[in-house]
Design a protein around this ligand. Structure first.
Ligand SMILES: Nc1nc2c(ncn2[C@@H]2O[C@H](COP(=O)(O)OP(=O)(O)O)[C@@H](O)[C@H]2O)c(=O)[nH]1
Ligand SMILES: [Mg+2]
Length: 347
């Protein structure tokens, strides 16, 4: 069958109005059918969407008592991340952390909104018998996965599921200058399977520069020997460019950090630092310590990657495990899931 003939007058009308076929039109529109497609516009759309909805980012700090975890949480919020004001000379006593405690800040920059939550944990491994001392931490991390899973499997689910999952777990290694303790190794071995672990050398101001470098090297060897894969994990590098960037970071991990929540006057500027008899250790000065590297890794350069790995790898394996459990014969997928309060029993 012949295609219906196009009435001639109509064609003429179009020409008269000066309509040119899209592919022939000049400028960017002109090349759109054969060359330029314009998919990059999606970037603007994604940006606008993210700016509207904002995003959530959750970090956890873990380690023995007295290693400066709570101070580090304050350092993070008072540093360039959110510049939570601190009064000059004001003494802020950090009480001993006795339970898991989360601090949330909404940070807005150039129209982008981020809800940053840092979960502080009480001293870990402080007991004489430290058997299973990681349980409360693992339980907390799994509970957040469980919460997300429960929202995700609802028939009418929220358009944006609240995300309390831990995207990065900063583990504080005591500045002994020796090797990692069996407790450190065991903790990181277990945790690295369920969360992105970022080890740091705590209170690095108590070590000389040479001691820091040697300790760092030993920790890297220790982790390799025990096949513990901390963040950024080599297995998840996406391409050679990514690998090159992450290799540079891996050389520097664990970062030797110093925390402080007091501001001091240095050359007419207020800086966050620790005042000693010999001068001020500025925590945001890269020449003094590696806190800026930690902050940039978490908040700036690898934020989305931490979120992606949490969602695509750690949460995914939790989800698969849980759904498999609930698919056991005799159990319907939903009935198989425990009630909300029981989530912790599935570790
Ligand atoms: N020398 C040094 N002391 C620190 C550092 N960070 C915290 N402190 C001090 O160590 C003590 C314990 O700090 P805190 O943050 O409560 O430790 P947490 O128990 O791990 O939460 C406090 O007196 C802090 O002022 C640091 O980087 N270097
Ligand atoms: Mg504390």
């Amino acid at each position: 069958m012949e295609p219906p003939a196009v009435p001639e007058e109509e064609e003429e009308e179009e020409e008269e109005e000066g309509a040119v076929p899209l592919s022939m039109a000049p400028g960017p529109v002109g090349c759109q059918l054969f060359g330029y497609v314009g998919i990059e516009a999606v970037l603007d759309q994604m940006k606008i969407k993210t700016m509207k909805t904002g995003f959530e980012f959750n970090i956890m700090v873990v380690g023995q008592s007295g290693l400066g975890k709570s101070t580090m949480v304050n350092t993070l919020f008072k540093s360039k991340v959110s510049r939570k004001s601190s009064q000059p000379g004001q003494e802020e006593r950090i009480p001993k952390t006795v339970q898991l405690q989360s601090i949330t800040h909404i940070i807005q920059e150039k129209g982008v909104k981020m809800k940053l939550t840092v979960t502080d944990t009480p001293g870990f491994g402080d007991q004489i018998n430290n058997e299973n001392c990681w349980d409360p931490i693992i339980k907390y991390i799994n509970e957040q996965y469980e919460r997300y899973l429960r929202e995700e499997i609802l028939i009418t689910r929220k358009r944006k599921i609240p995300d309390t999952r831990v995207h990065g777990c900063v583990y504080f290694v005591p500045p002994t200058g020796h090797w990692l303790r069996p407790l450190d190794l065991e903790f990181m071995r277990r945790l690295s399977k369920i969360v992105n672990v970022v080890p740091v050398i705590a209170k690095a101001d108590t070590l000389t520069l040479e001691e820091r470098a040697e300790f760092k090297q030993r920790i890297q060897e220790d982790l390799k020997t025990h096949a513990i894969s901390v963040y950024p994990q080599e297995d998840f590098d996406q391409d050679p460019e990514d690998r090159a960037l992450n290799d540079r970071i891996r050389e520097k991990i664990p970062f030797a950090v110093v925390g402080a929540d007091q501001e001091h006057q240095v050359n007419g500027k207020r800086v966050l630092g620790r005042k000693t008899k010999w001068g001020i250790i500025e925590v945001e000065n890269p020449a003094h310590c590696e806190f800026p590297l930690l902050r940039d890794l978490l908040i700036r350069s690898h934020l989305q990657d931490l979120k992606d790995i949490t969602h695509n790898v750690h949460y995914e394996s939790y989800r698969v495990r849980r759904l498999n459990e609930s698919n056991r014969p005799g159990l319907s997928p939903l009935n198989g899931l425990p009630a909300k309060g029981e989530a912790g029993s599935h570790l």
